[in-house]
Design a protein around this ligand. Structure first.
Ligand code: SF4
Ligand code: SF4
Length: 602
């Protein structure tokens, strides 16, 4: 019976039915649900959160080399981290099937760039499948293991936000265990030890495999030709097919399920069957470049279709009706709409920490996490965000460039999950190279931004079993950091004093935010730290100075109304604390000089 499934769940279902035994991932939107789905619904499969995507791929590939069908999942930028393994796994091949799910993020809903992961397939010389809906996520995941074993290669399953997160009907089946026996054979070392003499042998095998894969692409059942009106034929794939077919159902299509390698004979046949060919694809002209390189003349491609952001049926229609796509006219002025910018939660420990950094005038090398929101006004206290773990390395580099001039001015800030992902090596580097940068770990006890995934510092596995937990203080000591201190981010004055002192030291410092769990992490009881459950404004005292608005707590808002305080100070309005949102963190209390914020509810 058909079931409605999210694309990510359908991938997991397909993998489970294909007999997958090991799954590893690092969370990242829009791929995060994949491993959680495995852990929650398929007890036969071993599942783990890895500290980063490289380790996830190492775990999955180790299991594959031991004969188990395995998978690794990550968002597009995660593949940049895992690429070192992927590029050489293409040489070694696998034994049990290995599927690598990469979830792209066109329009950059939740990422630091918009890279097109199809390029990895060409670069690594491995096959890539691209589903367009949940049924295809299921089908393609399932078949990816067969392709992987047949051609002895990892297979990329590339999704994107609209496929990963949309629901559609899927016809599930039954699990079939892999017939490949488990075991490791030391005699296979020449296949898996990539020293130059072995690499040269495997290099030839890659080319031979690509040739065979090209032949296979021409027979791949999910590369489908639909000949309707032969005057226009569209070559497309994934979600771009859905959009185009939606608005131009009468045209002919070559819908590619396998985007790399391309089915050359099918493409040749399609060009014979239709008069003019259009290529519709999101992001890079990946298919277009290849088809042009084959010597074909296309009617339209990226001359009309944008090479950035997402496509929609409307954009495809407008572009292909002969005009370049123009942004739709906005009927309602943005300034007339209620503002709902993303913000840190009420009571979040990152808020007072960034307020302290702003007051200190520090240049903050930031990182990827909820705290990146500190870039927005009014906090505006984060000044770079490049990639996972970058802040530490960049702060060290900046301090080396600035010399003594940089002392007291520079800090690196990253979350606990990000520190474990890729923040340890930069800190070790700063110690080794006699640096003097200050690193602050915003330890909120969870991977927050992607939806509360466990990690090596939380004490729980993906299946919520208690497990070993790293100690950040011990990591710092082991790296040789001489100045390591805990920090209470809710105490602004103390934060400013400690950070100022550490930024001025001529040695690397590590500051660890203590007892500051994510406000949404119920098991950590974040509210128990606060003395009073909520605060209110004493309107007799509030002078309407707006200083408390600078912390950007979502519970505090401005109410315009001219008047005066009880002791006669004129004002243009007062602030208001929403009792449904305030959690009593006392951060606003610390910034109000007029003692106008008091415990209570009004
Ligand atoms: S509560 Fe205090 S800081 Fe906020 S506007 Fe009133 S006087 Fe100023
Ligand atoms: S105490 Fe102040 S800063 Fe904290 S949640 Fe309440 S209103 Fe916001």
């Amino acid at each position: 019976m058909k079931e409605i499934m999210q694309g990510n769940s359908a991938i997991v279902r397909g993998a489970w039915e294909a007999g997958v035994k090991v799954a590893a991932a690092y969370p990242g939107t829009p791929s995060s649900e994949i491993l959680k789905d495995v852990a929650d619904n398929y007890p036969e499969v071993y599942a783990e959160w890895a500290p980063n995507e490289m380790v996830a791929l190492q775990v999955a590939s180790g299991a594959a080399i031991a004969g188990a069908r395995s998978m690794a999942a990550m968002k597009h930028v995660g593949m940049n981290v895992a690429a070192d393994a992927l590029m050489t796994l293409a040489y070694t091949g696998i034994k049990g099937g290995l599927m690598v799910v990469i979830a792209d993020d066109p329009f950059v809903h939740s990422s630091q760039n918009e890279q097109d992961s199809r390029n990895w397939a060409r670069f690594a010389k491995i096959p890539l499948l691209e589903p367009g809906d949940a049924q295809e996520c299921y089908d393609f995941a399932k078949i990816s293991f067969d392709i992987s074993e047949k051609f002895d290669t990892p297979v990329i399953l590339r999704t994107e936000t609209r496929v990963a997160h949309s629901d559609s009907l899927v016809e599930p089946g039954k699990r079939v265990e892999s017939k490949i026996p488990l075991g490791l054979d030391p005699k296979e070392a020449p296949k898996y030890v990539m020293v130059p003499a072995h690499v040269r042998v495997r290099r030839k095998i890659i080319e031979e495999r690509m040739r065979k894969l090209e032949e296979y692409a021409d027979t791949f059942k999910y590369n489908v030709m639909e000949i309707n009106d032969p005057s226009v034929g569209v070559i497309t794939s994934g979600v771009s097919y859905m959009y185009t077919k939606d608005v131009f159902p009468e045209w002919s299509y070559l819908k590619l399920g396998m985007v790399w390698p391309l089915p050359k004979k099918m493409i040749a046949e399609f060009f014979k069957k239709v008069k003019k060919v259009i290529i519709v694809e999101e992001l890079d002209p990946f298919i277009e470049t290849e088809i042009k390189a084959m010597g074909y003349k296309i009617w339209h491609g990226k001359d009309l279709i944008p090479n950035m952001y997402e496509l929609t049926p409307e954009i495809v229609e407008k572009c292909l009706k002969g005009k370049k796509y123009k942004e739709p006219k906005i009927k309602v002025k943005p300034e007339d709409l209620p503002r709902r910018p993303p913000n840190l939660c009420a009571g979040c420990s990152h808020r007072p920490l960034f307020y302290a950094l702003k007051k200190l005038g520090a240049f903050v090398f930031g990182d990827i996490g909820c705290y990146t929101l500190a870039v927005a006004p009014p906090l505006q206290a984060l000044h770079t965000c490049i990639c996972m773990g970058a802040g530490g390395g960049m702060a060290h580099g900046a301090m080396k460039a600035l010399g003594k001039e940089g002392l007291g001015k520079v800090v690196a800030v990253l979350g606990d999950s990000t520190f474990l992902h890729s923040g340890i090596a930069p800190l070790m580097n700063a110690v080794y190279n006699k640096g003097n940068s200050t690193t602050i770990v915003l330890d909120n006890r969870i991977t927050g931004m992607t939806g509360h995934q466990e990690h090596a510092g939380t004490g729980f596995t993906v299946r919520q079993e208690p497990t070993n937990m790293v100690d950040y203080m011990e990591i710092g000591k082991a790296l040789g950091v001489k100045s390591i201190r805990y920090l209470d981010p809710y105490n602004i004055k103390e934060c400013m004093e400690i950070i100022k002192e550490e930024m001025s030291k001529n040695v690397p410092s590590l500051l660890l935010c203590k007892d500051s769990p994510c406000m949404l992490l119920r098991r950590a009881k974040p509210l128990e730290k606060f003395k009073n459950p909520l605060y209110m404004i004493n309107t007799d005292k509030c002078r309407g100075c707006k200083v408390c608005l600078e912390i950007n707590c979502p519970a505090i808002s401005w109410r315009e109304s001219a008047g005066q305080t009880k002791d006669g100070h004129k004002r243009k309005g007062t602030v208001y604390i929403n009792p449904d949102q305030c959690v009593g963190c006392e951060v606003c209390v610390q910034v109000c000089k007029f003692e106008a914020i008091v415990p209570g509810k009004k």
